[in-house]
Design a protein around this ligand. Structure first.
Ligand SMILES: [Zn+2]
Ligand SMILES: [Zn+2]
Length: 323
């Protein structure tokens, strides 16, 4: 049985919760990565499995401590999901082999060679960009454009402010701009410090009181109205966002930025389809984004049974049988 309830509930010989909202005592709790929409609000269980980086980041970001009873389980293996440092896919070897991707990406990044497909009978996967139009340009090309934009701004005496999630995107941008002096907001610097304990060296300087410039600043978009960022705009700055949604025409205007660059830590449409093909499951459950459309495409293009993951409902048995 696989259905949405307090994260994803799976029963396959024993009970599992995937990215639960709250950890459950009598189940094995699997936490894929340290983005807040995947982090439980309580950790009251002796059986919590995640990578060491994810554990440290969650502890640093939430102030909670994650109890470590059995930190591993003979029926669960972790595989790199290539999404952010420490992110994991989980293969559950119960009555069936069930692969849960969490958020994933198959392209090479500074911390990962990308998620590699693992053979499974059932695949539970994210489908954030599961619509044909979302195919990202090569990452080097995007960073080439970002660097040109920064250089143009600098030539005009302007700072470049890049809005990026504090964890994941910010570090990717900082790593790719190694030839530049990059300043980052406090939340980014704190994540960098935790990653430093795992030999991931992301060097950015804390934002100074008065930025002389022209320089590069990486900050979360929520900091747009903070006194520090306002001050930089006053001194002269252009802004950009980095997101897979930059492929949408309206994104730049919705984000109120001068430029939007299509850089994502999720798989794009063709990578999603290619991944399903290689995992070669009998059944796929899709989650997030274009879940219905992408499940239809899996059925139509790959002839594999697929459906969006739902809360428990009667027709589920049509799909899951003894899963
Ligand atoms: Zn994520
Ligand atoms: Zn997510």
């Amino acid at each position: 049985m696989i259905y949405l309830d307090n994260g994803i509930s799976v029963y396959s010989g024993r009970g599992y919760r995937l990215d639960p909202k709250r950890c459950v005592r009598d189940c094995i709790n699997l936490i894929s990565h340290a983005h807040f929409d995947h982090v439980p609000s309580s950790f009251n269980s002796p059986a919590i499995i995640c990578s060491d980086i994810t554990r440290s980041l969650i502890e640093a970001r939430t102030g909670s401590s994650i109890p470590c009873g059995p930190c591993s389980c003979e029926t669960v293996t972790l595989h790199d999901s290539g999404h952010v440092p420490g992110s994991s896919m989980f293969l559950i070897n119960g009555d069936k082999r069930i692969l849960y991707t969490g958020d994933f990406n198959t392209r090479k990044k500074y911390f990962s060679d990308g998620a590699k497909p693992v053979k499974a009978d059932v695949l539970i996967m994210e489908s954030t960009f599961g619509r044909e139009k979302y195919v990202f340009p090569p990452t080097e090309e995007v960073f080439g454009e970002i660097k040109d934009w920064i250089d143009d701004n600098a030539a005009r005496g302007l700072n470049s402010i890049i809005y990026a999630y504090s964890f994941g995107k910010a570090q990717e941008v900082i790593s790719a701009l190694s030839g530049y002096t990059v300043y980052a907001s406090r939340s980014v610097i704190e994540i960098n410090r935790t990653l430093g304990k795992f030999d991931l060296d992301i060097s950015a300087m804390p934002l100074p009181e008065d930025l002389k410039g022209p320089d590069v600043v990486v900050a979360p978009s929520g900091s747009r109205n903070s006194p520090e960022i306002k001050k930089i705009f006053k001194a002269g700055a252009k802004s950009a966002s980095v997101s897979g949604w930059a492929l949408d025409d309206g994104h730049k205007y919705a984000m109120r930025v001068d430029r939007a660059f299509p850089l994502s830590d999720h798989a794009d449409y063709s990578e999603l389809i290619g991944f399903v093909e290689k995992v070669s499951p009998d059944l796929v459950f899709t989650l997030h984004g274009f879940d219905k459309e992408f499940a239809r495409d899996i059925r139509d293009k790959l002839d594999i049974e697929a459906a969006p993951l739902k809360k428990r409902h009667l027709s589920l048995s049509n799909f899951t049988g003894d899963v």
